[in-house]
Design a protein. Structure first.
Length: 470
């Protein structure tokens, strides 16, 4: 029997499309699913000369070349642990398990250690691009043992999306959970990006008074310039999509957004690491608020200001400039979290390479990412993306528009949490005083938490006069 190059476990949408992508690139692929019916359905309905289905786990493993490479495309959480425990007894030292699901990076670190005890290499691999990306070329973020990465590198660089310069959107990220961490923060940035786009839509529709056809036209125009991206492009298409009931589909969709948890994980990790990613957190909270049942009651009892229409090219341009400026801040926050994680976990992340693999295949792919790649190529130790000359010039040139739009939205009663947090981040970073001296004084007053002084070195506690009754 001729042994095969790689095995894929999990024949749902992502697993089946990745298997087909591998097969299209000349790799012999074995496929297996816990429930045999999905394997049968896949090999029957989507036959490929380079794909063979297996219905017994031991036979599936036996079909693979050594070191065996097994990719798990199954539900994150307990199912991954269960499959690992089934695989370990039937694998040999040096074999490789690759988890391509949206697993929590902390679980991936634990699984790396568990597999290492058995002499098996474990990779946590972030994959972005959805169903179409899996089939035609996703962005891929592998994390695990660096020494064995060359064993899987040919497969994943072959199936990855290719950027405009021809480079594959796949690169080794770092040890243990680094790949899944980078994917987690990628998704957090995606949350912020989508929230910003939805806020631009609210401004254009309810403050500008533009209909969906005009907003579609505006977004198509934006997609020809510096905002060119996958999300702006598909938003332009969405506004133009007609519904069978008349009008456009977007107006018939319930105003409540779902989330699967990666944005929330990103926000939680930022708190643990002490990094401000307020835009990502605001985007998560906006989805939470969109699902609050009390919204209907609030609409009836809380008085809103009367909208005053803002028309003309100057307003549209101010919204565009604000969107671009806030987008810079969202990425600055995300990459600041990468910087902190790299130091915390010893991953030695290459920020330019990370930006480069987001240029195609993934949901946040954008022309903008070329500039981020260039920024970190010029200065790998860049403290904050806002300090790069290109992005700093954009912030200084556009911040007046962002201030105007945030103030306008507040006065008109339009919720713009992501826009507002972008402005707050810029102001907090650039202000000589943020009021923390008073906070520290309060902490020292009630809890003797001490403080530092501006005029001399050391740590101090003041004997405050008590002016309240206990």
């Amino acid at each position: 029997m001729e042994l095969r190059d790689i095995g894929v476990v999990g024949m749902a949408v992502m697993g089946s499309n990745l298997a087909l992508n591998m097969a299209d690139h000349g790799f012999a692929v074995s496929v297996y699913n816990y429930t045999p019916d999905l394997t049968e359905k896949f090999v029957t309905e989507r036959p490929h000369d380079n794909i063979k289905g297996y219905y017994d786990l031991k036979e599936f493993i036996g079909s693979l070349k050594k070191p065996r490479k097994i990719m798990l495309m199954i539900m994150a959480g307990a199912p991954v642990d269960s499959m690992i425990e089934q695989l370990i007894p039937i694998l040999d030292a040096g074999d490789i398990i690759i988890d391509g699901g949206n697993s929590y990076f902390g679980d991936t670190r634990r699984r790396c250690e568990r597999c290492s005890e058995a002499g098996i290499h474990f990779y946590g691999m972030g994959i972005s691009g959805g169903e179409n990306g899996a089939r035609r070329g996703p962005s891929i973020m592998p994390g695990g043992n660096k020494d064995t990465y060359p064993e899987i590198q040919p497969v994943y660089e072959a199936i990855a999306a290719k950027a405009a310069d021809g480079k594959p959107c796949c690169t080794y990220i770092g040890e243990d959970g680094a790949g899944h961490y980078v994917k987690m923060v990628h998704n957090g940035i995606e949350y912020a990006d989508m929230q910003l786009i939805s806020e631009a839509y609210l401004l254009l529709k309810y403050v500008g008074g533009y209909d969906n056809a005009k907003i579609s036209e505006i977004f198509h125009q934006w997609n020809q310039g510096e905002l060119k991206s996958f999300l702006i492009g598909i938003a332009a298409d969405i506004f133009a999509e007609d519904d069978e009931a008349g009008g456009q589909v977007v107006d018939y969709i319930v105003d409540a957004a779902g989330q699967k948890g990666t944005g929330r994980w990103t926000s939680i990790e930022s708190m643990k690491q002490g990094v401000d990613i307020s835009m990502i957190t605001a985007a998560c909270n906006a989805r939470v608020m969109s699902n609050q049942p009390g919204r209907k009651v609030a609409q009836e009892v809380i008085h809103k200001p009367a909208l005053t229409k803002q028309e003309g090219e100057a307003f549209i341009e101010a919204v565009r400039q604000s969107l671009y400026t806030a987008k810079i801040v969202a990425y600055a926050q995300g990459f600041s979290l990468y910087r902190s994680a790299s130091e915390t976990y010893g991953w030695n992340l290459d920020y330019g390479s990370i930006a480069s693999i987001f240029r195609a295949g993934c949901i946040i792919q954008a022309e903008f990412l070329n500039k981020i790649t260039e920024a970190y190529e010029k200065n790998p130790n860049l403290e904050n993306l806002m300090f790069d000359e290109f992005f700093l010039d954009k912030i200084n040139a556009n911040q007046a528009s962002l201030r105007k739009i945030v103030c306008l939205a507040v006065s008109e009663g339009i919720p713009v949490p992501a826009y507002a947090n972008a402005m707050e981040y810029i102001d907090a970073y650039s202000s000589p005083r943020v009021g923390a001296n008073l906070i520290q004084a309060l902490r020292d007053y009630f809890g003797a938490h001490t403080f530092k002084r501006v005029d001399k070195e050391g740590t101090f506690h003041h004997q405050w006069k008590e002016h309240y009754t206990k």
